[in-house]
Ligand binder design. Structure first.
Ligand code: ADP
Ligand code: MG
Length: 250
């Protein structure tokens, strides 16, 4: 690859509890180039959210490495990871995770304030971003006064507030109807091009899958790659059968 941005090498993750140890990732490896739009597919429970959370620095893996811009983030201190989460990544969740007691504009300002931006500057940029996502007239509304599509637009504005280079989106259209979801994805892709960002996302929607440049398939704790995404040809209904691991070396 010409311009590697992220390199995930032999990533392993086991959830440990008193009752059981659950190994979810058993040696996941893939790379992402700057500017790519990569979709991670896999059945429910296959470890998509686990992978995204590790990449976002929200959790530490049991093994393996995640190299971002040449640096292994799995070895970073909590403090350095905190800065990484604020400045380098923007995360969009299926359930929005907006702060209910804050207005739309305050939600978008939050990551900027946490990154020590001046309040006036944060406010001005939040307003600009809310206009860019079509919510210029809803800046003073609270999340529960808005539709699900509008809430996700706020999350999009919040995710790009600190001008991150990587957008991580976990089923961003999962709670939206298909028309609204389609609108959100098109908006996201437009902003990603405009601000030169890279995106890594998961979805259950065959149509949303096809908006990627590349598809990765997570199956039995490993990743398989679909290089050429042909929007007319990707066999979403059968991808699980198509990507059975050949030799199991876990
Ligand atoms: P997906 O997003 O593909 O549906 P997840 O990454 O959420 O899958 O979960 C993968 C597996 O790990 C599931 O079996 C889930 O129950 C389990 N899991 C996820 N988070 C935790 C956790 N914090 N503690 C224990 N098990 C977890
Ligand atoms: Mg998930």
């Amino acid at each position: 690859m010409a311009n590697i941005f992220i390199s995930v090498n032999n990533l392993k993750h086991t959830f440990t509890s008193k009752v059981e140890n659950l190994t979810v990732l058993r040696g996941v490896s893939f790379q992402i180039e700057k500017g790519e739009i990569v979709c991670l597919l896999g059945r429910s429970g296959s470890g998509k959210t686990t992978t995204l959370n590790l990449l976002a620095g929200l959790n530490k893996p049991t093994g393996g490495e995640i190299i971002v811009n040449g640096e292994n983030i799995t070895q970073w201190s909590t403090e350095k990871l905190h800065t990484f989460r604020l400045k380098t990544t923007g995360v969009i969740f299926q359930e929005f995770h907006l702060l209910e007691h804050l207005t739309a504009i305050e939600n978008v300002m939050t990551p900027m304030i946490l990154a020590n931006e001046k309040e006036e500057v944060a406010k001005e940029r939040a307003l600009e971003l809310l206009k860019a996502v079509g919510l210029g007239d809803k800046t003073m509304n609270y999340p529960d006064e808005l539709s699900t599509g509008q809430k996700q637009r706020i999350s999009v504005a919040r995710a790009i507030a600190n001008n991150p280079s990587l957008i991580i989106a976990d089923e961003p259209t999962g709670t939206l109807d298909s028309k609204t979801g389609d609108g959100i994805m098109k908006l996201l892709l437009r902003l990603i091009k405009k601000y030169d960002m890279t995106m890594f996302y998961t979805t259950h929607d065959p149509y949303i899958t096809k908006l990627a440049n590349r598809i990765l398939i997570l199956q039995q704790g490993k990743v398989f790659e679909e290089k050429e995404v042909d929007p007319t040809n990707f066999d979403y209904d059968n991808f699980e059968q198509l990507y059975q691991p050949k030799g199991d070396k876990a």
